[in-house]
Design a protein around this ligand. Structure first.
Ligand SMILES: [Zn+2]
Length: 273
């Protein structure tokens, strides 16, 4: 099937579906210039001081780093908060929100940039499964609490050394605060019970359509979730530039496009129906 017919077919699926779940990952926000850090060379070129010390992204994104390399660990997140703040959610986010207004739909995202909420999606219709860089929790987990923190800048950041200072602190114990994000080797992330309950309530009933966007083989959380919905009868549209990203779901509705372009073309086709 050529791409135009495929878009047409996918638009019909969206039009017909009553219950849709959007599963979004790194490839969605990459179109908004949010780096994924899966590409090691790109990561090293952004952060030379980390290269000198051999600190990879997964080393810094860990409770270990917040205890042993605190200035670098906070610098990494401070840089990412500033990057996300300077960029904008692209048109694809707004289109998801527009389609959701006429459906019973939910967003399950592995992204931590908070772009779905920032683009105006209903807060009770999103689960940020890996947390959000716009919330903090206590590093020593003195309580299961987490809180919003949208100040930019938050820490002081020395770009030459990639070291941060003036860290945020926990309002309960006065200790260091950390991002409310599920990091690597992280048994201390406190989770988001409200988002989890909302998703659980949504997923209890069968879903007609899964829209899987920009997942990567490195973090296939959403691919396996898509497969669970498919086992209960859902069809899946898979939007991804990388054809190997269709290996887990194996859907015939695979759109080899970037997130933004795919949503724009689908919306155009939807309006013509
Ligand atoms: Zn505390």
């Amino acid at each position: 099937m050529d791409i135009d017919s495929l878009i047409q077919k996918c638009a019909q699926k969206i039009h017909q579906a009553e219950r849709i779940v959007f599963l979004t990952s790194a490839g969605m926000s990459a179109d908004s210039n949010i780096p994924t850090f899966r590409d090691k060379e790109g990561y090293w070129s952004n952060f030379p001081p980390f290269k000198e010390k051999g600190l990879e992204a997964q080393d810094l994104a860990s409770p270990w780093a917040f205890r042993n390399e605190l200035p670098h660990a906070w610098a990494f997140y401070e840089w990412r908060r500033r990057n996300a703040h300077e960029n904008q959610p692209h048109a694809g986010y707004t289109l998801i929100n527009k389609w959701m207004a006429h459906k019973d739909a939910f967003i399950h995202t592995t992204n931590t940039d908070g772009y779905h909420l920032r683009s105006g999606c209903p807060p009770d219709k999103v689960k940020e499964v890996h947390g959000s860089m716009w919330r903090l929790q206590c590093l020593n987990v003195c309580s299961p609490d987490f809180w919003d923190e949208d100040a930019v800048p938050l820490c002081d950041l020395d770009h030459d050394t990639m070291k941060a200072s003036n860290y945020p602190s926990c309002p309960h114990c006065g200790g260091i605060a950390r991002p409310h994000i599920l990091m690597f080797g992280d048994g201390e992330y406190t989770g988001h019970p409200e988002q989890e309950q909302n998703f659980y309530a949504f997923a209890r009933r069968a879903v007609d359509l899964v829209v899987l966007v920009g997942s990567s083989g490195a973090v296939p959380t959403n691919d396996y979730l898509a497969r669970e919905f498919m086992q209960d009868g859902a069809e899946t549209l898979n939007i991804n530039l990388d054809p190997s990203a269709n290996a887990i779901v194996g859907t015939e509705y695979f759109l080899p496009l970037k997130g933004k372009e795919a949503f724009e073309r689908l919306d155009e086709a939807l309006q013509a129906l």
